[in-house]
Design a protein around this ligand. Structure first.
Ligand code: EPZ
Length: 416
């Protein structure tokens, strides 16, 4: 398993390039199966979740190749078959293929994607809303077997603005008969990226990024092309790393327009920012200030994926902070690890109450999942002494090379 070693206490300075968005890349790779053609996905991150999704679409006959940071996918000769979730199920990437496989082939077999440590991760809404469009499901308890001779456009009222559900319904709707309207859709920038890609392939989608999305079904799609936006969660993670250590950084390619809830928080914590076409310049002026209350919500609210990095940063802020996690049921997993570093946190009713301490102390830690692992890294950056984090392969699911990136900002960080 990968380990990371950090000698903390060094202010971050310099510039780092922000990778393309993981959560845009994954549904777009699934969407390539909807059309026979050559697709271009520029600025694609080279991360484990992308490599795993490539395995899945290659298992269906897609041919893929890289040119630098640009990924090309040829889906002219697909050979559809059962999708096998080879990993321990924590990737959950196969669920994003449900809508695309039904839309193109009218059938799909995949294993129920496993839950993960941050929550159960059910897929009941996906099955119910695809059923409304004409999909019939088998009754296996371990596999999802789905058939739809012809998907039919309907109106959906989502019970929650679920990101994956919105993406699956859009992909199921682009080749369906008639018009589909999705109410209470997720508004994440990754939805807009997926719809931009599908429209470049000949789809007819309006309202992406808003609460109501309309998709008029078409007969066929062709090759699509997109340049992925910068990853707002990776950019936010590194920004919070700078806040915990102090210093001044340029986050090249950071999508400031997708970070409208974080940027004011950075200012309230004692940071100042300058936004240019290069990205975000961030400088922490003086002390690190506490943030009284933050709630995680669907976009444009504060993203749940930055909850752990924010929690780590606030542990050494001056004052008392609180963060309420409203999206997932078990996303405070790093609290015991932060307490080992001397953090003062208590949890009540999915709210973390943090009393800032002078400085965390480095020790041996264990990563359990993607964003929590990244949060432990930035906690180590700001801690005194040395921090050693085990089980870091989770982090490489979403960060191309967190050690390389933070080293470019002057951190004393080493990892395999
Ligand atoms: C996407 O997951 C992201 N993953 C997650 O990022 C992100 O945390 C999440 O959206 C919320 O923003 C990708 O885009 C690949 P949801 P998704 O459906 O689609 C419940 C990361 O770190 N729910 O919006 O799975 C669910 O349990 C990952 O990059 C049901 O109850 O999230 C959760 O509580 C982690 N039934 C809530 O909805 C369902 O059928 C929101 O989940 C589906 C979801």
């Amino acid at each position: 398993m990968k380990q990371i070693f950090i000698r903390g206490g060094v202010p971050l300075n310099g510039k780092v390039r922000i990778q393309g968005s993981k959560n845009a890349a994954l549904p777009i790779l699934a969407a390539t199966l909807l059309a026979g053609g050559e697709h271009e996905i520029k600025n694609c991150p080279k991360i484990a979740d992308v490599y795993y999704m490539l395995e899945l679409i290659r298992s269906q006959g897609a041919v893929t190749y890289w040119k630098g940071r640009d990924l090309y996918v040829n889906t002219c000769h697909l050979t559809p078959g059962p999708l096998e979730e080879k990993k321990e199920g924590t990737m959950r990437s196969s669920i994003f293929l449900l809508g695309a496989m039904l839309g193109r082939f009218g059938e799909v077999v995949l294993e129920y994607p496993g839950g993960c440590v941050i929550g159960d991760r059910p897929v009941d809404w996906h099955l119910a809303h695809l059923h409304k469009m004409g999909t019939e499901f088998g009754d296996s308890s371990c596999q999802i077997t789905a058939k739809a001779s012809r998907l039919v456009g309907v109106e959906h009222e989502l019970p929650f603005p679920s990101v994956g559900l919105t993406e699956n319904l859009v992909m199921a709707a682009v080749l369906a008969e008639g018009t589909t309207v999705i109410h209470n859709a997720a508004r994440e920038p990754e939805i807009a990226a997926l719809c931009e890609f599908l429209n470049s392939a000949g789809a007819c989608i309006t309202g992406a990024g808003q609460a109501d999305i309309t998709i008029v079904g078409v007969n066929a799609l062709h090759g699509g092309s997109i340049t992925l936006p910068g990853d707002r969660i990776v950019a936010g993670t590194y920004a919070l790393g700078c806040m915990i250590t102090g210093g001044g950084v340029l986050l090249e390619g950071a999508p400031a327009g997708h970070m409208t809830r974080l940027i004011p928080l950075l200012h309230a914590m004692g940071g100042s920012t300058l936004i240019t076409e290069e990205g975000i310049y961030l400088h922490r002026r003086e002390g690190l200030c506490a943030i009284p209350y933050t709630v995680t919500e669907g976009y444009p609210g504060f993203p749940t994926d930055l909850q752990s990095p924010l929690l780590a940063a606030l542990c050494s802020a001056d004052g008392e902070s609180a963060i309420e996690e409203r999206i997932f049921g078990n996303r405070f997993r790093i609290v015991p690890q932060l307490e080992k570093m001397g953090a003062d946190i208590h949890i009540k009713d999915n709210v973390a109450y943090i009393r800032g301490v002078e400085k965390l102390q480095g020790t041996t830690l264990k990563a359990e999942e993607l964003r929590g692992g990244a949060a432990l890294v930035i906690a180590g950056l700001g801690a005194g002494g040395e921090t050693y984090i085990e089980n870091c392969s989770h982090i490489y699911r979403g960060y191309e090379n967190i050690c390389r990136d933070l080293s470019e900002l002057g951190a004393r960080i080493y990892g395999e």
